[in-house]
Design a protein around this ligand. Structure first.
Ligand code: CP
Length: 326
């Protein structure tokens, strides 16, 4: 167990070593058990977390807020538009000033080319941990919850299990690519053979791909990229299919939307799920575009673990907050 997490930021998935992630999982399982038994666990009594949102949220806000209360502290919801950020408060002011009021600063800022830089700029000036509630590059807490869910469903030894991280069609908006990027960085460290499937225009950031390949090499896991959703699904143990935007291919949002519309057949449906192993699980971070990105038949099936993933957000976040903010 690695115990030197007090005061640390979690902005990118690789900020914590594999051993530190294992510690987070151990603590998260303990906190989940305590909550199930009704055992109080006020590790952060009188501590306060600032939650600064530049983008909407259902799960992230709810799970951080509930988690802080269960740890004996409080979470302050701060919608960026209600602050003076538009009138001149810089990341330095947020880091310096919130760092003096609060015991941790959690931020969601997914604007392409902006969000991650903003979090790092706040962290540079903050005396308390900065936690990434999703930026344009990473969504580390989602992936910790996904890893916890996979361990619950498939066991601790994940070597030689095939995990498909697939692009999927969605019409609503160009979604951030932080989830697939965080998945390809974190999952190979735990031995999963990752197959990344996407149409040619939906490449991930080149330096993230290089780091993902390096993690796979270092941990003896497979890492393959294909452009065929059905071929990818064959014999998979885990299907994780969601939409993301074509931001690496083009910065033009209209062109991105036109490109997305070419790939309506990239939907997770019962026929494609049948190509995977019979005990394969279906994963999605939510929100999903139902019957566009994934059919009701799949997301509501016994193979779907989407609500366990959503629940586990709270347990892993409580673990990281208890370890970094105490
Ligand atoms: N998965 C996730 O981050 O959900 P929200 O956008 O609702 O927070």
């Amino acid at each position: 167990m690695q115990t030197h997490l007090r005061g640390r930021d979690l902005i990118g998935d690789l900020d914590f070593s594999k051993e530190e992630v294992e510690t987070v999982l151990d603590v998260a399982f303990d906190l989940k058990r305590k909550r199930a038994l009704g055992e109080l666990h006020p590790y952060l009594r009188d501590k306060v977390l600032a939650m600064l949102f530049f983008f909407s949220s259902t799960r992230t806000r709810g799970s951080f807020e509930a988690g802080m209360a269960q740890l004996g502290g409080h979470a302050a919801f701060i919608e960026s538009k209600t602050t003076q950020i538009a009138h001149g408060d810089t990341p330095k002011e947020i880091g310096e000033i919130f760092g003096r009021y609060f015991d941790g600063i959690a931020i969601r800022h997914v604007d392409w080319g902006v969000g991650n830089g903003y979090l790092n700029a706040v962290a540079k000036h903050s005396r308390v941990p900065v936690l990434n509630m999703q930026c344009d590059i990473y969504h580390p807490f989602q992936i910790l919850a996904d890893l916890m869910t996979i361990v619950e469903k498939k066991g601790r030894d994940l070597r030689r299990k095939k995990m498909v991280v697939s692009w999927a069609y969605a019409a609503s908006y160009q979604k951030p690519m932080s989830v697939p990027q965080s998945l390809v960085l974190q999952m190979p460290r735990f031995g999963l053979d990752v197959v990344l499937a996407h149409p040619p225009e939906f490449k991930l950031m080149p330096d993230i791909m290089e780091q993902a390949r390096e993690q796979a090499r270092r941990h003896g896991a497979g890492f393959e990229v294909v452009d065929d959703m059905e071929a990818a699904f064959k014999d998979a143990d885990i299907i994780y299919a969601k939409s993301w935007g074509a931001m690496v291919h083009t910065p033009d949002a209209d062109e991105g939307a036109r490109i997305i519309s070419k790939y309506k057949h990239w939907i997770t449906d019962e026929r494609k799920m049948a190509l995977a192993r019979p005990d394969a699980i279906y994963m999605h971070p939510l929100p999903a575009d139902r019957n566009i990105e994934v059919t009701d038949g799949v997301i509501d099936s016994a193979q779907s673990v989407v609500y366990d993933e959503a629940e586990n957000r709270m347990h892993v976040q409580k673990a990281v907050m208890a370890l970094t903010m105490s």
